[in-house]
Design a protein around this ligand. Structure first.
Ligand SMILES: C[S@@+](CC[C@H](N)C(=O)[O-])C[C@H]1O[C@@H](n2cnc3c(N)ncnc32)[C@H](O)[C@@H]1O
Length: 233
C-alpha cells in the first residue's frame, strides 16, 4: 500500500498543494517543538542540517530557523517541489532517493513525518546506511496507529483543508479551484493521510523492530497537538 504522492504519475500541482498544507499544519500545531528543544540542547551535533523527504521544505526550514544552531540546511526529496527557500538553505532540484543516496557524517539528517512511507526492510536499510556512515539521523513520526489519529486525519483532510487553507497557505486561483470547486486537494490529502495512519507504527512496534540496532533511542513525546515518536541514531 503506497500513498498517492509516492507514485510517479501523481500530478506535480497536487503534490505541491498537499505538501504545503501538511507542512503548514504541522508547524502551526507545534508538534515539532520537542524536536526543536532537543536540537537546541544537543552539543555533539554536526553543523549542517539535512532534511530527507523534505516535501514542501516548510517544516525543515522552520526547524532550521527556530533552533538557530545550524550553519546550513539542505532539503531533498524523491519528488522535489518548486518552493522558495530562505538564506543558507538549498533545495536539491534533482530527485534524491533516501534508499540509494550516500550519507555523510558531517550532516545531521532529519526525516519528518515520512518514515511510514517505507516498509520495515527499507526503514532498517536507511538506519543501517546512516549507521555505517557514522551519520546522525533523527526521525520524527507524527502519526500513530490509533482510532483517534485516524479520526483526526480524516477531519484535517476534509474540514481542516476547507476551513484552514486560506489562513495557512498561499492562495492562488488554482488552489481555490482545486480546494473549493473541484476539491481534489481534500480528496488526495485525506486519502494519503489515512493510508499513512494505516502504515504508521506505535512506539512499542518501533522498539521491537530496532532491538538489534545499537545506540538507537526511541521515545514518545507529548505535545498539545498530539504525540510524536522520535527515533534518534
Ligand atoms: C508526508 S510527506 C512529508 C514531507 C515533509 N517532511 C513534511 O513534514 O511536510 C513524505 C515525503 O516523503 C517523500 N518520499 C517518499 N519516498 C521517498 C524516497 N524514497 N526518498 C526520498 N523521499 C521520499 C515524498 O515525496 C514526500 O514528499
Amino acid at each position: 500500500m503506497k500513498e498517492l504522492e509516492d507514485y510517479n504519475w501523481f500530478p506535480e500541482f497536487l503534490r505541491s498543494e498537499q505538501s504545503e498544507f501538511i507542512g503548514q499544519m504541522a508547524i502551526k500545531s507545534g508538534i515539532y517543538h520537542p524536536l526543536i528543544n532537543r536540537l537546541k540542547i544537543s552539543d555533539k551535533i554536526p553543523e549542517k542540517l539535512f532534511d530527507l523527504c523534505a516535501g514542501s521544505g516548510i517544516p525543515g526550514q522552520y526547524i532550521f530557523e527556530k533552533t538557530g544552531k545550524f550553519e546550513t540546511l539542505t532539503l531533498s526529496d524523491k519528488y522535489p517541489v518548486n518552493v522558495d527557500v530562505k538564506e543558507k538553505v538549498t533545495y536539491i532540484s534533482e530527485s534524491s532517493d533516501v534508499l540509494t543516496m550516500t550519507y555523510n557524517k558531517d550532516h545531521c539528517y532529519i526525516m519528518l513525518n515520512a518514515f511510514h512511507h517505507f516498509n520495515e526492510e527499507e526503514q532498517n536499510h536507511i538506519l543501517k546506511n546512516c549507521e555505517i556512515a557514522g551519520a546522525k539521523l533523527i526521525v520524527v513520526e507524527i502519526l500513530e496507529p490509533s482510532i483517534l489519529c485516524f479520526v483526526k486525519i480524516l477531519l484535517t483532510g476534509t474540514l481542516g483543508v476547507l476551513l484552514l487553507t486560506p489562513f495557512i497557505c498561499k492562495m492562488s486561483w488554482k488552489k481555490f479551484i482545486f480546494t473549493y470547486l473541484i476539491p481534489l486537494n481534500c480528496l488526495t490529502i485525506t486519502i494519503d493521510g489515512l493510508i499513512s495512519v494505516l502504515k504508521s507504527k506505535s512506539v512499542k512496534q518501533f522498539k521491537k523492530q530496532f532491538t538489534k540496532i545499537p545506540h538507537i533511542e526511541v521515545e514518545r513525546l507529548n505535545t498539545l497537538a498530539g504525540p510524536s515518536i522520535v527515533i534518534e541514531l
